[in-house]
Design a protein around this ligand. Sequence first.
Ligand code: BGC
Ligand code: NOJ
Length: 812
Amino acid sequence: MKFGFFDDGRKEYVITNPQTPYPWINYLGNEDFFSLISNTAGGYSFYLDAKFRRITRYRYNNVPIDSGGRYFYIKDGDTIWSPGWKPCKTPLDKYECRHGLNYTSITGEKDGVSVNVLFFVPLKTWAEVQKLTIINNSGQTKKLKLFSFLEWCLWNAATDMENFQRNFSTGEVEIEGSTIYHKTEYKERRNHYAFYSVNVPITGYDTDRESFFGLYNGFDEPKVVAEGKAGMSEAHGWSPIASHYLEVELKPGESRDLIFILGYVENKDEEKWESKNIINKTKARETMARFNTVAKVNEAFDDLKKYWENLLGIYNVKSADEKLDRIVNIWNQYQCMITFCFSRSASYFESGIGRGMGFRDSNQDLLGFVHQIPERARERIIDIASTQFQDGGCYHQYQPLTKRGNNDIGGGFNDDPLWLIVGTISYIKETGDMGILDEMVPFDNDMSVAKSLFDHLTVSFDHVLNNLGPHKLPLIGRADWNDCLNLNCFSNDPNESFQTTENKTEDSKAESLMIAGLFVVSGREYIALCKKLGKSAETARAQKHVDMMVDAIKKHGWDGEWFIRAYDYYGKKVGSKENEEGKIFIESNGWCSMAGIGKEEGMVEKALNSVKKYLDCDHGIVLNNPAFTRYYIEYGEISSYPAGYKENAGVFCHNNPWIIIAETVIGRGDEAWEYYRKICPSYLEDRSELHKTEPYVYSQMIAGKDAWRPGEAKNSWLSGTAAWTFYTVSQYILGIKPQFDGLEISPCIPANWKQFKVTRKFRGATYVIAVENPMGVNTGIKSVSLNDKELSGKLLPLCAHGTVNKVKVIMG
Ligand code: BGC
Ligand code: NOJ
């Protein structure tokens, strides 16, 4: 069953039934000011950091779900309704929500009145603009009452939810004209405030929540709306809100546009005040003036559209399959931007309070983002590397506002450092910017011990070598990519966090084959970089260690039919036929196969056949099999999940691409494609009632074959799945791969594909690449021509800036 449809021409997903199986959300803003918005206008806004600068309040785990947001109430006679259906839930004559790229447009119609609200954050603006258009399509004059509503958060989203003894006394607002200012704590240590304005005179306002709703009412029945007049309340403590009240009279056929702005301002210390206790509103007024007419708003909206047009023009495929084209050309790249901005911080599954930017997460996100805005990727790499320690280890997370490592979670995840190599090299391959390697980058933000970024990569590489276990395989530390395989945790205490507790570290023998495979893949990238830089001694040194790792994997990591997953604390195998449960895992088979370890001896093919046999299911590839059915203290959180969910045999979409890439390593294009399609949301749209999450973005997890409800997805949006699926489809299936010196062409596709075309902008030139597959092969290139000249290999050389180049590829 579907709840809407893709409008590819407008790059929108159009929701036609507000009662989606879960809130289907979108993100506004892509730089500093951000909002989450659901298909019924729920959600919240923040500046840069969802924990420390939360602008509007949102309650998680609410009943009903997704209550609270930016709401409009229309009172038409005795009927009260909202254009987004919620919160009033008055049945609408028509409802439509169009989620586009960093904007959402919601339309509701009731009794001949149509209200459309376009929500977006204009480029380079610290504000959400809401352009509301009311049209009277009825035959009579309508006297409407319109109320806006949003609720302020007292800035720190964590303390906002817990420290009520203080919070109920601190709230402060100012009201001037049609603007409501939220200035809690501005008089002490904060230099920021927020405002909510409308571009016309108002009839009334409310700024105190209890006065607006009445103490015993919910979002669906505000007292003042029912009464049809504003309470003119001024908040002092308790819960400050912002609501405008407007009377709108419309003749038949008449329409009205209103522009609401939710903005955020920071002032320098010496510029904080206009007069005693009156905040300096200059910057707020400037923002309002930038968007006080429909023409100005439309122009800003066009700019946003052009911005996306431009970004999406960098990689574009035209195939015979519209589901593929729409996910590659629009939604997957969009999701990559979103994961780049938020890492794993703020979604409808991540509260924005617990986690900031992840070291491994944000590095992997770069794989799907470097081609979009390389300058921002560059800055991110430096920020991430600045949270590394001198021994190559690193903080597992850092806060976006302070860019400082997060002490609560600390470090000790031994895969983390290697992702810096992966992220940095993908940036260099995209841009050719070797100069980034010479940047001086601090350790733990301490500039006095800064070293070049290249040196950071070296300590990342060496961190693995300095932490080898008894089989000369990498020690796992707190955990590797799989945060839930906690081999040194041994927790018997429900009050301990699996993520931060290591009860046994002394003499631990726990080693990871996933890190081993990742070390070989990223180590080879590092070697290629060293060669390129003419560092022959370092090349030789690194090569020796990579070769030794390959030997160690072949010797101690092979189980006969697949790669084992790990050695536990006691040195016993994990993910082996010897185990009762969890005999085979996806991660080590993905990484060791991607590295092509034992390819000649048939190990890769065998491993992938085992993956197919034991891990594949209708909904994708599950993480492990058999699922754990009891708690294993020596494995930790993985065995805490019910079978089939999350890291315990869920289809953890993030790591499916590792198998897909591995399939392309041995040229099996049909298998690669089949796996790709299974988890790709545009192919799952028809079963939205089961899948539950948005059909336009990937989810972190789809319940696996052992689950109570296989096929049900969770944790949409913020997942490494976005970057990995884009990287996989663009570089390994369609096969257009940036290299240090050009674009390599090596598709691995289903045999029945006849042709496809990719337009790729790369280092200033455009390549229009037409691939034909006359013999029906999966992989292999017969000829490549560039501007009608045959090339000897499959590497397209760099072409002059601004040129458009015709590339013809014949597979065979
Ligand atoms: C989840 C993991 C996540 C970890 C860290 C665990 O509960 O299962 O997917 O990476 O928490 O937040
Ligand atoms: C989600 C986390 O964000 C990521 O860092 C981790 O690798 C996966 N879960 C797997 O546990």
